[in-house]
Design a protein around this ligand. Structure first.
Ligand SMILES: [Fe+2]
Length: 370
């Protein structure tokens, strides 16, 4: 049988969409990846930001880990390290670790009898009500949803943001769609598949800014809170899944685990694509603490910091710029974690079982600035 060369096809956005990223790759056996094939994947990932491989039901956790690691061969620990073990982390209830491949996590919704050596466990799909200041009323919860929380997969303290994330859909509840509400005074809505993962391009987010804003993000840096997933308030997101102005609910430093100032992250707002050189506006909105300006001064007022970040990010999450992946079982999605923001979406019923495997690795190097 002739072996066809791998093909990369850009995703075909719907007519009302303006997304300019996303591709699918066919013809690669990820379980037995060659160097040549990986070069093709690497190039496709940095040109298209989000790459979909279909029919990967049988992909092992080991092969998923190895594909993820190819992007950063000296990285070896899960992107959050062991920080998610902290019971107070808001991420703690959402993740189960694959025992034989601890860099790979199991996420989803509902009760699972047996998977990857784990027996009888409960998964919990994050619901926007746990993270938004106000939420969609229960009686509308079946039909309507929101972005849960726009983010980069990153610990943002001590550990560098992962280069890429891989997400494998093992089991997906079928059939329903929901209407996603922005609920921010705009009348923007989106029709989305149940439990979609939403992506936006940081490059597009940057391009949408005015020249003055572009100069601001080119020259300013973001300081992230220490132990951000313990620090952040459980209900501080705006209805759009971007950070809210501060309500003063974040934990004071004295209530956090010990803080090592050397581990606090101050990162550029713009991160450079290693293949194309393009700049992406990459800010994790709910973990921001301070803005460091070009002249050396610092904006310390959290409400003001969040207002500034919100103003910079909101244009780039409008519906025409959002790619909402319609998951099919066996889909493996590989994304450039340093070039897109993403969000969980949707509200499942308890009996709707969703089973995913996720892998990312704390990077060996910090992101490249402009
Ligand atoms: Fe994520």
């Amino acid at each position: 049988m002739a072996i066809l060369p791998p093909t990369v096809r850009p995703l075909q956005p719907s007519p009302d969409s303006q997304i300019d990223f996303g591709a699918s790759i066919e013809g690669i056996d990820l379980e037995n990846l060659t160097d040549e094939q990986f070069t093709k994947i690497h190039d496709a990932l940095y040109r298209h930001q989000v790459v979909v491989f279909k029919r990967q039901h049988k992909l092992s956790a080991k092969a998923q880990y190895e594909l993820t690691k190819r992007f950063d061969p000296t990285a070896d620990n899960y992107g959050h390290g062991k920080t998610i073990d902290a019971k107070r982390s808001i991420l703690h209830p959402d993740l189960k670790t694959v025992p034989h491949q601890p860099q790979v996590q199991i996420i989803g919704n509902g009760f699972v009898e047996s998977y990857e050596g784990l027996e009888n466990f409960q998964l919990r799909h994050p619901h926007h009500r746990t993270f938004h200041k106000d939420h969609i009323p229960d009686e509308k919860d079946h039909d309507y949803t929101r972005f849960y929380r726009w983010h980069i997969d990153a610990a943002l303290y001590d550990l560098n943001p992962p280069q890429v994330t891989t997400l494998l859909a093992v089991q997906v509840p079928k059939g329903r769609r929901q209407t996603l509400l922005y609920d921010d005074g705009s009348d923007e809505t989106m029709d989305v598949p149940l439990g979609t993962t939403a992506f936006v391009s940081g490059e597009r987010m940057f391009e949408l800014l005015s020249p003055a804003e572009q100069e601001f993000v080119r020259t300013s840096k973001i300081e992230y809170a220490p132990h951000p997933y313990i620090w952040m308030s459980p209900a501080h997101s705006r209805s759009t899944g971007l950070g809210l102005h501060s309500e003063g609910l974040e934990l004071p430093d004295s209530d956090l685990p010990p803080i090592d100032p050397k581990k606090i992250m101050i990162l550029p707002m713009l991160w450079k694509n290693p293949v194309t050189g393009k700049l992406a506006l990459q800010i994790h909105p709910s973990a921001v603490r301070r803005i460091h300006l070009a002249d050396g001064s610092v904006i310390d007022d959290l409400s003001r910091v969040r207002e500034i970040v919100y103003r910079l990010q909101r244009p780039g999450i409008s519906p025409q710029y959002v790619y909402a992946h319609d998951w099919e079982e066996g889909d493996l999605v590989l994304f450039n974690n340093r070039g897109v923001l993403h969000s969980v979406v949707g509200a499942f019923r308890p009996e709707e079982v969703r089973l995913f495997r996720q892998c990312n690795l704390a990077a060996s190097e910090p992101p490249m600035g402009p």
